[in-house]
Design a protein around this ligand. Structure first.
Ligand SMILES: Nc1nc2c(ncn2[C@@H]2O[C@H](COP(=O)(O)O)[C@@H](O)[C@H]2O)c(=O)[nH]1
Length: 263
């Protein structure tokens, strides 16, 4: 019996990275694509609960997919509860651009969809491919036709492994980042810290009114065993994640703070 995979992404249903993942996995699994109609980068795990959602069955080349006019999380939920898919695994990606560090994984729509799958009780993998400039993916269609051969090899290897073994205990999803250059092995990593020196640029429009642009210069903090360091060393970064954001190590200090106040 072939396993069932629900495949989504945040670069949209036409993304070359999405269909590279489809090609890598359809050799050994039944893959159903449910993905956003258009680019949804950096929307995190946002969910559309105040507006209706349209889903259309579309043809992409000689394949069929479900295109959702919504967020990656919306596409995932419509796959599970609109189409009543019962996947053994959810895969989100292959994202055009890395999704590393704890600063980024909460802004990433790719990781957001995988988090929502895990939240719904389905093991999930997020795959992202390092790129020289993520900005290209919004304007340059050629980045959707770049060489995905190494990324497909990684997707096949790790998806087969996790289908056979399941995710490790205490791990709800796995965030996988693939180097742009020839990979030099795999590495289990922890999340790096900062990745951007964020700033807001103020500009004036032709009518003299100000508008603002959020941006960030990439900063590199070499932290041992982090996803950032592994990727910079051309290693495939494999990071186990949980949905629990509790700062367990701070509970004791917090209890003391409350006690000192007599609360
Ligand atoms: N927090 C910031 N993240 C940024 C910035 N510039 C780029 N990014 C990256 O966006 C991706 C979105 O991920 P996707 O899976 O939705 O494509 C995220 O991983 C960040 O690395 C920035 O200035 N600040």
């Amino acid at each position: 019996m072939r396993p069932n995979i629900l495949l989504t992404n945040d670069d949209g249903v036409n993304s070359g990275g999405l269909w590279a993942a489809y090609e890598a996995m359809s050799a050994f699994a039944d893959v159903t694509v449910v993905a956003p109609a258009v680019q949804q980068s950096a929307v995190g795990r946002s969910i559309s609960i105040f507006e209706p959602l349209r889903m259309n069955e579309v043809r992409i080349g000689d394949r069929t997919a479900y295109s959702v006019e919504g967020r990656p999380t919306d596409a995932l939920l419509l796959g599970l509860y609109g189409l009543n898919l019962k996947p053994d695994l959810v895969v989100s990606g292959i994202n055009l651009g890395e999704n590393i560090s704890y600063e980024s994984i909460t802004t990433s729509g790719t990781v957001g969809a995988a988090m929502e799958a895990a939240n719904q009780g389905v093991p999930a993998l997020a795959y992202s491919l390092q790129m020289s400039d993520q900005g290209n993916k919004f304007t340059d269609p050629r980045c959707h036709t770049q060489d995905f051969s190494q990324a497909k090899e990684v997707v096949e290897n790790l998806t087969r492994m996790f289908l056979a073994s399941g995710l490790p205990e205490n791990c709800h999803l796995v965030n996988i980042n693939i180097p742009a250059c020839r990979m030099e092995g795999y590495e289990v990593t922890t999340l790096g810290t900062r990745l951007f020196d964020t700033y807001v640029e103020k500009r004036i429009d032709p009518r003299g009114k100000p508008y603002y642009w959020i941006n960030g210069d990439v900063i590199y903090t070499p932290e041992p065993h982090s996803d950032v360091t592994a990727l910079r060393n051309n290693r495939v970064s494999v990071t186990p994640l949980t949905l629990d954001n509790t700062a367990f190590a701070a509970c004791g200090d917090l209890k003391k703070l409350l006690a000192d106040q007599g609360f």
